[in-house]
Design a protein around this ligand. Structure first.
Ligand code: TYD
Length: 393
């Protein structure tokens, strides 16, 4: 039975950056999170229709960060060295940040956002402008045959129907093939009180426990888990068909399951305690911002992330507290943040001497940002974060 444990209030579509500060209408829904005591899955209670989130005006560009560019290059090289694939498939190829590490005849991609698929098709990479399902998998098998490696980053947790998703993987994968995917780790979210990992696109925030259960039902199994620092703590999960004995199941699988069980991730009480920490985080952040503002200091936010949309809408933080957001992504600049309508401008325009405090909306790139912004720090500029608890850095 699904039990709701957290209510993050009324929220907009995180990808719906606004061209006007006061739009005529804006789609809003209730963002609540539930734990399923049977499957151990943590999911949104109300889900937004995929077509409303993933469309031709999708804003996020995965290649905007040096950290992610390096991470995708590294995993592409590692998959080639470890599994020697003749054909690799990526689900959710965004702007080609992963596939560009392959020759065009070694990789195919699936990407439902038309603007992004057009980009990679133009680069010469065959990209299906489709959602990932059995129909798309069949088309690929008919045109290319089975694939050796299926890779996906920050996409699997967007797909509501996990049974359909896994059936489609099973269909497209060669008997000795592997499915490797990475997504934010529920363990890290609980450790960091990073409730901002919950938003419309993240239909699930996944645990290894829940994944192991569902893969087993489909004749697949996890054979390795890597813990990554990306996106504030992610799991990279390696999956194979159970009857494929060419890959042995590594100790990392049991180690991760034991770690999650010892943290109580199979029990609703753990999630209820997390919800209490989220409420404290909200109150602490509002108090800190008001205190700074009362000292007549200027606060902005660094990174117009989807995550910060959850925070600003949950905490009702508007431009009275955060004057504007700076972001390097050209198609976010000149727009307004969903829900709270905070202006978004380029760092060149907005990250200047007038800024006293910058909230790390992109806290997952904290290291990259702090390394880059030494001039700001040297002149006394300060960063604020809410992970793992609210504080000035
Ligand atoms: P991302 O990490 O994808 O977070 P989310 O999934 O929550 O949207 O987004 C990071 C955003 O931060 C992206 O819009 C680019 C921006 N950014 C900067 O503006 N400057 C930087 O130095 C970095 C690293 C990111």
């Amino acid at each position: 039975m699904k039990k709701k444990f957290l209510d993050l209030g009324t929220q907009p579509i995180t990808n719906a950056y606004l061209t006007k500060e006061s739009p005529d209408k804006e789609y809003l829904y209730n963002l609540s999170i539930a734990f399923d005591e049977e499957t151990k899955l943590v999911s949104l209670v109300d889900m937004v229709k995929p077509e409303m989130m993933f469309n031709d005006s999708y804003a996020h560009r995965a290649s905007m960060s040096k950290t992610m560019l390096a991470s995708f290059k590294k995993i592409a090289e590692s998959l080639k060295a470890r599994f020697n694939p003749k054909l690799t498939l990526e689900i959710g190829s965004n702007d080609g940040v992963f596939i560009r590490n392959f020759n065009v005849d070694e990789v195919i991609a699936v990407e439902p956002c038309g603007n992004l698929a057009e980009l990679t098709n133009k680069m010469g990479y065959k990209t299906y402008t489709d959602f990932w399902d059995q129909k798309t998998a069949e088309q690929i098998v008919n045109s290319y045959g089975k694939v050796d490696v299926v890779f996906s980053a920050n996409t699997i947790c967007h797909i509501e129907d996990l049974n359909e998703l896994i059936n489609a993987i099973d269909l497209v994968l060669d008997d000795k093939g592997v499915f490797v995917f990475e997504d934010p780790s529920l363990y890290s979210v609980l450790q960091n009180t990073s409730y901002d990992q919950f938003y419309d696109e993240h239909v699930y925030v996944l645990s290894v426990i829940a994944l192991q259960n569902i893969f087993k039902k489909h004749g697949l199994e996890i054979f390795h888990v890597e813990s990554l620092l990306t996106h504030g703590g992610s799991n990279r999960i390696y999956v194979k068909k159970i009857y494929n004995k060419s890959q042995s199941v590594l100790s990392s699988v049991d180690e991760n399951i034991k770690k999650e069980l010892s943290f109580g991730m199979d029990s609703i009480f753990t999630y209820e305690q997390f919800a209490d920490r989220v409420i404290k985080s909200k109150n602490d952040l509002i108090d800190l911002l008001i205190k700074i503002k009362n000292e007549n200091k200027k606060i902005i936010s660094y990174g117009a992330t989807y995550k910060s949309t959850t925070i600003f809408n949950y905490c009702k933080i508007g431009k009275d507290l955060i004057e504007y957001i700076v972001d390097t992504t050209p198609n976010k600049q000149g727009k307004f943040s969903p829900g709270m309508h905070i202006p978004i401008i380029s760092p060149e325009e907005g990250f200047n001497n007038s800024v006293d405090y910058a909230f790390l909306g992109a806290w997952n790139f904290g290291k990259e940002i702090i390394n880059k912004e030494h001039d700001y720090i040297n002149r006394g500029g300060k960063f604020i974060t809410h992970v793992p608890h609210v504080r000035v850095l």
